[in-house]
Structures are given as C-alpha cells and as structure tokens.
Design a protein around this ligand. Structure first.
Ligand code: FAD
Length: 384
C-alpha cells in the first residue's frame, strides 16, 4: 500500500490532484474487502490501480484497530468463515489465520442460553435433551405458517416459546419493526441442532486473521496506490479522465443522485469501553433478546485472539434508524427498496466505464467470503 499524497482534505489537495494527470487502468472507490480484492487481482495481472476511500482507514467495515494490546473490531464482530477453498487460499496469502471458532450465547431475563438452539438449550429450558423428545416437542408446538411474516414462519419452525426467547426481541430491536410485519425472508431458516454442537458456524474453514483485518488488507494493497479521506464525488471528473475503468463500491443511490429516492438501511451505534478487568463474559458475543434492553449484543474482543491482556475491551451494539450522516449497515431488502434498487441497477448496467460491486453498490448483505467471491467474479468479467 502506498499513500500517494498527504493532507488530502485540504483544498490544495483537490486542486493538485485535479491538475495531475495519472493514467490508471482502474480507480477503485472503496478500500473495503471488495475494493481490496479487486485491486489485488488487477495489480497481480499487471494493471495500475489507485484505491480511494472517504474514510481515514482501509478495510471498510472489517476495520480492526489495536486498543490496549487487543485487536478491536470497530464495526462489530467479524468472523471469517467459508466452505470455498479458493477463497480461503486467497485470504491466507495475506494473513495467518488463528483457529478461532465462534461461540454466541443468548441472554434472556438474566439467564444465559446456548445458541444456536441445540440439545444443551433444550436441557437448560425444559430439562430434556434427547433427539426424540426434542422432535416431539417441535411437532407438538409448531403449526403451518399462516402468512409470510417472520413471526408466523419462526413459530412454525420452533414454536411460541423459543420464538419469544431467541428471536422476537432481538429481531424487533435489530430491524425496528414488529416480527409480524417483517418478511420471513430475513430469517431464511432457524437451525435446531439435534446434537450439542454450540459452534455458531459449521463451515470447513474458519478463523480470524492474526493481528486483525486491517493488517490483512494492508498486505492485499501492497504496492498499490491508496488515497484515504477522499470522497469520490469530489474528484469524479478527474477519476473519469485518469482511469480506463472505475470500480465503485459506494452506495448506488448516491451515485445516481438519489434520483429514484434513497435506498433504506438499518444503522448501528457502537459503544466501545475499556474495562479494567481480565474478562467480562465467557464468550465473544452475547445476544440480548429482551425487548427493554436497548442494545442487541455485547462483544468482548479478546476472545477472538485468546488474548491474555490484563484489561478487556467490549462493544455494545445499538441498532438505530438510518439517515444521512449515519453509517448504512443492513440493507432493508423489502419489496419497495428492491424495486428502487432494480431501477438503479438498470442505470448502472449502461455505464460501461464502471464496475459496481460490494454491499453498498449491490444493495445486499454480503458476508466477507461472499464479497471476495463477488469481486473475483467481477474482475474476471471486467477483463472481457
Ligand atoms: P465496505 O466494507 O463497506 O467498504 C466500502 C468502502 O467504500 C467503505 O470503506 C466506504 O468508506 C467506501 N466508500 C463509500 N462511498 C465512498 C465514496 N463516495 N468515496 C470514497 N469511498 C467511499 N461478514 C462476515 O463474513 N463475518 C462476520 O462475522 C460479519 N460480521 C458483520 C457484522 C456487522 C455489524 C456488519 C455490518 C457486517 C458484518 N459482516 C460480516 C459483513 C462484512 O462487513 C461485509 O461483507 C464487508 O465489509 C463488505 O465489504 P465491501 O467492500 O462491500 O463494503
């Protein structure tokens, strides 16, 4: 990674850069995982790239920072998991991964429960844990869904009680809407395990890059020009003259001046605290599903690297309504927003100089392995 210019926020920077003629094969807007993957592949193929980001750091939402000797995931817990060997091999080029396996517990009415729902959860709640009795419980307590709502779907999978404890409060805080109004598509499926496996993910490859994601992305951007604190829209014309192609990973509606209206998101507020104690909680993430508790989860970062530090750092995650000025985190992929997005996508397809990719330009939730796979695909396509 090479920072190309200093004091980018100053007017003289804008004046300077707009008068500078540099020929790039690709200018990549966004130093998140989509942008960094695309830039790496293009650079490996001998292409000259410039990556810009309006934030003051690389790695996008996977950004990590060292606090008190602990690697802190600044935009919420990020666990890498994939079943796809080529993606695993790709990220392992830039970092050594530890063997962290993700554990989550659910707190409800001051009790901690094992999650995803498994034999241990049933034992904690009802005193039984054998697969047959669990199956009988589910048959007795579930009915066919009566409509397409998340509530109806969830109850049809796990019954009223488990829905109340594990899904209702958490989901309603997360989305700011009642489960009766939310579409079932948000949940996809609710795994009920017939064993006592408490690990959150079951992918073949899992872990956290040792030293954090920022270090990993720094390596991905090795030898590539990077300019931070730079909003694409302030140098759009310059980019168009100085690049053969532009890869845009920002919000697609902003690119088209919100002409069909804004796409809606759910946002989050993170409250990070350093605590003068060795450990705060037994696992990395505890979900709080009581409706009256305003946050959805607490993350204790030292678990990700099994750190032995004397202090600890925790993050409380508060869901909030998104509006301009707040970070857009989760796209609200309801009918109205998807229809609006489809209109923007049609416009984007006509922009032959551009590649639109990543979670904001494609208006969809991507896990990290998925966004890397998407960048790989789009890079291959852009070569044709
Ligand atoms: P981003 O990381 O958002 O990068 C886009 C970049 O573009 C940003 O840095 C932004 O500043 C920049 N940009 C936007 N507009 C402009 C502009 N006009 N000019 C210049 N720059 C601009 N995935 C997992 O696999 N495992 C997890 O455990 C996990 N946990 C998550 C937890 C939370 C709370 C969230 C929100 C997401 C989580 N994810 C997780 C998903 C992961 O964060 C995404 O897959 C990934 O960050 C998407 O990368 P991206 O490059 O598309 O977007």
């Amino acid at each position: 990674m090479r920072a190309i210019l200093a004091s980018p926020k100053s007017l003289s920077f804008l004046y300077f850069i707009q008068n500078l003629s540099l020929n790039y094969d690709y200018i990549i807007v966004g130093a998140g995982l989509f942008g960094a993957t695309f830039a790496r592949l293009a650079s490996d193929a001998g292409k000259k790239c410039l990556v810009i980001d309006k934030r003051n750091h690389i790695a996008g939402n996977a950004f990590t920072q060292n606090m008190q000797g602990i690697v802190v995931h600044q935009y919420g817990a990020h666990i890498f998991h994939t079943n796809h060997k080529p993606i695993w091999d790709f990220v392992n080029r830039f970092a050594k991964f530890n063997d962290y396996r993700h554990l989550v517990k659910v707190s409800y009415q001051n009790q901690l429960y094992s999650f995803p729902i498994n034999q241990i959860t049933f034992r904690q709640l009802f005193g039984f844990s054998d697969a047959k009795t669990i199956e009988k419980y589910l048959v007795k307590n579930t009915e066919r869904p009566i409509d397409d709502s998340l509530e109806s779907f969830a109850k049809s999978q796990v019954g009223e009680k488990l829905f109340e404890i594990f899904i209702k409060g958490y989901t309603e805080k997360q989305w700011g809407r009642s489960c009766a109004e939310l579409p079932s598509s948000i949940l996809k499926r609710i795994p009920v395990r017939s064993n006592s496996d408490e690990y959150y993910f079951d992918d073949d490859f899992q872990g956290i890059p040792i030293g954090g994601y920022t270090k990993m992305v720094e390596k991905m951007l090795d030898g590539i020009d990077v300019q931070l604190n730079t909003d694409f829209f302030s140098i759009k014309n310059w980019c168009e003259t100085n690049a053969h192609k532009i890869v845009y990973t920002g919000p697609i509606d902003a690119f088209f001046d919100n002409q069909f209206g804004e796409l809606e998101y759910r946002s989050l507020r993170f409250e990070i605290q350093i605590l003068q104690q060795k450990q705060f909680q037994e696992v990395a993430v505890i979900n709080y599903s009581d409706a009256q508790i305003p946050f959805t989860r607490i993350i204790e970062h030292k678990h990700f690297e099994k750190s032995n530090a004397d202090r600890t750092v925790v993050t409380k995650e508060f869901p909030q309504k998104w509006d301009i000025g707040k970070e857009p985190f989760y796209p609200i992929n309801d009918k109205e927003n998807n229809t609006r997005y489809a209109k923007y996508k049609t416009l984007a397809e006509k922009k032959s100089k551009y590649v639109f990719g990543g979670r904001l330009a494609e208006y969809r939730y991507y896990d990290m392995h998925q966004v890397i796979a998407s960048a790989m695909k789009k890079f291959e396509k852009s070569k044709k």
